[in-house]
Design a protein around this ligand. Structure first.
Ligand SMILES: [Zn+2]
Length: 488
């Protein structure tokens, strides 16, 4: 185990706290996954890339991490107020498909996207439809404990009763009255007793597609219930980390906490982590503003707001350049800068093996290593960690240019730092690995021709090769040990 100096900003306490796992050496982490009714969008991608880095870093520190990220494949209605159609059923009707065909299609789409972004799969990926029994059992227990009631075949959580004994808004710190005022008044038709009550189980209308039998008749679970049921099933009544996008905190996560407390009398997670939003040129990304794009549009550049396409690793690098709690703004300039930065980082990694060693170092490498760890320990601060890694890039380039020196010990340390952080923790990787070999072969052939030309004192040809290569982005450098190249 690497000594644990990790601090995490906890939404629950609104402070940065030292991370102490419940069980030594183990971490239980639950992250709310996607509702699979349409193509995965970039806001989701950012959230899950952030938790991927958190998962990878905790694993690197030596923890055995059980990372649970669910797939919502039923019960998520169009409105948070238990109104509207089930999102998956609606899409299924629209496309004249079975709901499970929709689920299958978009689950695969989501997995493909996460793989492109080099995110590791979670340890368990449970689905709502696979846990109907657990959700019914939990509903029964909440009713038995006196915090839910039946109305016309549906079961509602009694927020007013719960609030008398618990702090319902503990996660956001909002005032209950403000929340009340922001919710519409109940009419005569409503089955709910209180405005803030929410559904645990919803009676299915005859035409509803995804429904199951229950002690209260045929119906389907409310959206918030699945996460309470599945997190406690796989991680216990209380576990270490619960995460998701910040838009989930006011309703979904608030209700999750209430359900768990009403069922087992425990706040499910000790640390609540929330990721911030994506914006595009300073505006919120939304379909209605026409400024939202799908991952494949970002990769191909096939969108009116994009000047060109950006590779998945450029996007991942770009995402990591902002702290997960800050907004992240997509814009061409920023993406192009990220592309350059990523290439620079990868070029330095390639140079690393071949840099010469000396008796001593001109830079303090142990301090550099400590700085990178300190940044990650400060609430997973990837932009600061990257800025220290770029100090490493500068050192590698300087040593390669023989302007600075590196001892063998420090070279080993720096190599380990880059391997650990760039690849294992930040999850970046060399792109087009197959092609890299071919390019390398081709480049070596061209450089041999140039060396021949130079040997024959045909400097016109050797200079022409150098200049033409530069034009297409290959920088070549002549040294004592031969000629090397970098791709710009
Ligand atoms: Zn959830």
């Amino acid at each position: 185990m690497i000594p644990n100096n990790l601090k995490i900003y906890n939404t629950l306490t609104r402070t940065t706290e030292k991370f102490e796992p419940l069980h030594t050496g183990h971490v239980g982490m639950y992250v709310c996954g996607p509702t699979v009714y349409s193509n995965a969008h970039l806001g989701n991608a950012r959230t899950f890339m952030s938790f991927d880095v958190i998962f990878r870093y905790l694993t690197h520190l030596g923890y055995k991490v059980r990372y649970v990220r669910n797939i919502t494949d039923a019960g998520h209605l169009e409105s948070d107020a238990d109104e509207g159609e089930d999102k998956i059923s609606k899409k299924a009707k629209l496309e004249q498909l079975e709901p499970m065909e929709i689920v299958q299609r978009y689950t695969i789409d989501f997995h493909n996207m996460m793989q492109l972004f080099n995110a590791l799969p979670p340890s368990i990926e449970p689905t709502a439809t696979g846990h109907i029994i657990e959700q019914i059992e939990m509903t029964k227990k909440i009713i038995d404990n006196g915090y839910a009631y039946e109305a016309e075949g549906s079961i509602y959580f009694d927020v007013e009763k719960f609030s008398k004994e618990h702090n319902y808004t503990i996660l956001t710190g909002r005032k209950l009255e403000d929340l009340m005022n922001g919710t519409r008044e109940l009419g005569g038709q409503d089955e709910k007793r209180g405005r803030l009550d929410f559904a645990l189980w919803i009676k299915a209308k005859p035409e509803h597609l995804m429904k199951w039998p229950s002690p209260w008749g045929v119906g389907f679970p409310g959206w918030h219930l699945e996460c309470s049921a599945m997190s406690s099933k796989y991680l216990g009544d209380q576990f270490d980390i619960h995460g998701g996008g910040m838009d989930l905190a006011p309703t979904h996560h608030t209700n999750e906490i209430a359900q768990n407390l009403a069922c087992s009398h425990k706040n499910p997670a000790r640390y609540w982590i929330h990721t911030n939003m994506l914006t595009v040129n300073g505006q919120k990304m939304s379909k209605s503003l026409g400024n939202s794009f799908l991952p494949h549009e970002l990769f191909t550049g096939n969108h009116k707001l994009l000047e060109k396409g950006y590779s998945p690793m450029t996007v991942r690098f770009f995402v990591l350049q902002a702290h997960y709690r800050s907004t992240l703004d997509f814009g061409n300039e920023a993406l192009q800068a990220a592309e350059k930065g990523f290439t620079r980082l990868m070029n330095a990694v390639k140079l690393m093996d071949g840099v010469p060693v000396s008796n001593s170092s001109t830079s303090d490498i142990p301090t550099l290593v400590a700085n990178v760890y300190a940044a990650m320990n400060d609430d997973f601060n990837t932009p600061i960690a990257l800025s220290h890694l770029f100090e490493g890039v500068r050192i590698i380039n300087s040593v390669n240019d023989k302007k600075e020196t590196l001892s063998q010990d420090d070279k080993t340390l720096l190599t380990k730092l880059f391997n650990d952080f760039v690849f294992d923790i930040l999850g970046l990787k060399e792109e087009n690995e197959v092609n890299t070999d071919k390019i390398d072969g081709l480049m070596n052939m061209i450089l041999d021709v140039r060396t021949d030309a130079k040997a024959k004192k045909d400097f016109t040809t050797s200079d022409l090769i150098r200049d033409k290569l530069k034009e297409i982005g290959f920088e070549i450098k002549d040294g004592k040990e031969g000629t090397s190249y970098t791709i710009n």
